[in-house]
Design a protein around this ligand. Structure first.
Ligand code: LLP
Length: 404
């Protein structure tokens, strides 16, 4: 994705052309970028040869999942719906791990029927339900137990999941109790210890602490875990300041950790795989001046991209066509939804803009479309994929009739 003769292109196609052809707001993904992300990710961890289970919550478009499957990934799912999508995309059931704090009876039943790789348990009661279903079916079900390692992932508090006060996982004490229970159960096979400390992590230090905690706990339980699921959370460079997770260090920490044991590592990246492979193309509907700033009112809104309104996060906004007429006007990019938090970004220096121009909201491949809603009864945008310079519509724009 780059500018060619002042026009922003995805592979060989200008975003201006795409906007005109497919209308806006429009999610657009680059296959090349997706492939590169997966290849790079696997290379970073080459020595460990982990099972990479793509986290569907970041993006669950079936067509994208098929591409991800073809690039040899499994799936991390948190609901029956996600499990069905993963299976529909052709992902091997033995490469699917099921996490989540509140799995229902029927979801567990479905997972057990499908013989997925692991169900990562988060409460004792959930474990008992799994055992009951397994007993009915006269089979032994492979499970993992999710630990809450009480580690500060040094990320936004809204997306931190491994601290004592967070609802995820079990305390060390509970973990040990459940381990003992599972070890003697005829219908459970304890295969995995799982953690996920948070998302958009840019430092290796929390991961280092996490590995130490797991190491310590494994010694305490004296159990041989076939799998160690370290979750996802690897951050991306939203702010374009080259602040990146040091994969080399993280990978060598895992290698060191594995020296003492022969477990298979599972990693569950979402954002690191798809985050920067997607953009949202939007049209400027109106520009409205007030005393101090200029509201740039887009046709994309918080229902299409929720992250800025939900977490106060920033996504770069770049023009679809550069004009090099830089101005010091303050622009505030907002959407048409009736909420003051429906705003994306405020800029102090930008190129001059006019109504009808197209802009690109960057790095929205993860938690963009998957967090979208029909708030204000707005239909979901279309999604397209550019692969080998060919355009595929991978999800049609929702029709108003379908939601009314
Ligand atoms: N595994 C588990 C168990 C998770 O809970 C998550 C994310 C992942 C893997 C994938 O994390 P990733 O590699 O994508 O960071 N909506 C928020 C992010 C919420 C993440 C929740 N769990 C956002 O837009 O930043």
């Amino acid at each position: 994705m780059e500018y060619k003769k002042k026009k922003f292109h995805v592979e060989n196609i200008s975003t201006e052309k795409l906007a005109k052809k497919f209308d806006t707001p429009l999610y657009c993904y680059s296959f090349l970028k997706l492939k590169k992300n997966i290849t790079n990710f696997k290379n970073y961890f080459k020595k460990i040869n982990p099972l990479v289970c793509f986290s569907l919550k970041s993006n669950s478009n079936v067509k994208l999942l098929k591409e991800i499957k073809n690039l040899n990934c499994g799936a991390d799912v948190v609901s029956k719906g996600e499990m069905m999508r993963a299976i529909k995309a052709g992902i091997n059931n033995k490469k699917i791990v099921f996490s989540g704090t509140g799995k229902t009876f029927s979801e567990l039943q479905y997972a057990i029927n499908k013989n997925i790789l692991l169900i990562n348990v988060e409460t004792k009661s959930e474990l008992l339900i799994i055992e009951k279903i397994a007993k009915q079916k006269k089979k032994k079900v492979d499970i993992g137990i999710r630990l809450n390692p009480n580690i500060d992932a040094k990320t936004l508090k809204q997306i931190s999941t491994g601290k004592e006060g967070d609802k995820f996982g079990l305390t060390e004490k509970e973990f040990i109790k459940i381990t003992k229970y599972a070890q003697i159960s005829k219908f459970l096979s304890l295969k995995c210890i799982s953690v996920h400390i948070g998302s958009q992590i840019l430092s290796h230090k929390p991961y280092e602490k996490m590995l130490k905690t797991i190491d310590h706990l494994i010694k305490k339980t004296n159990h041989k875990f076939d799998f160690i699921d370290l979750g996802g959370g690897m951050g991306i460079d939203y702010e374009k300041n080259n602040k990146m997770l040091n994969y080399k260090i993280y990978s060598s920490l895992i290698t060191k950790f594995l020296k003492k044991r022969k477990s298979k590592i599972i990693l569950e990246p979402g954002r690191a795989i798809i985050g920067n492979a997607g953009i949202l193309i939007s049209k400027i509907l109106y520009i409205k001046k007030n005393k101090n700033k200029n509201f740039v009112i887009l046709d994309a809104a918080m229902n299409d991209l929720m992250r800025p309104a939900l977490y106060g996060t920033k996504h770069q906004i770049i023009p679809s066509v550069k004009n090099n007429k830089i101005t010091n006007k303050i622009f505030e990019f907002v959407g048409p939804i009736c909420e003051s938090t429906d705003k994306f970004l405020t800029t102090k220096k930008y190129q001059n803009l006019k109504e009808g121009d197209f802009i690109i909201i960057c790095d929205v491949g993860a938690y963009g479309m998957s967090l979208s809603s029909n708030y204000n009864v707005r239909p979901n945008p279309a999604e397209i994929l550019i692969k080998n310079s060919k355009i595929q519509i991978i999800k049609k724009r929702q029709k108003l009739n379908d939601i009314n």
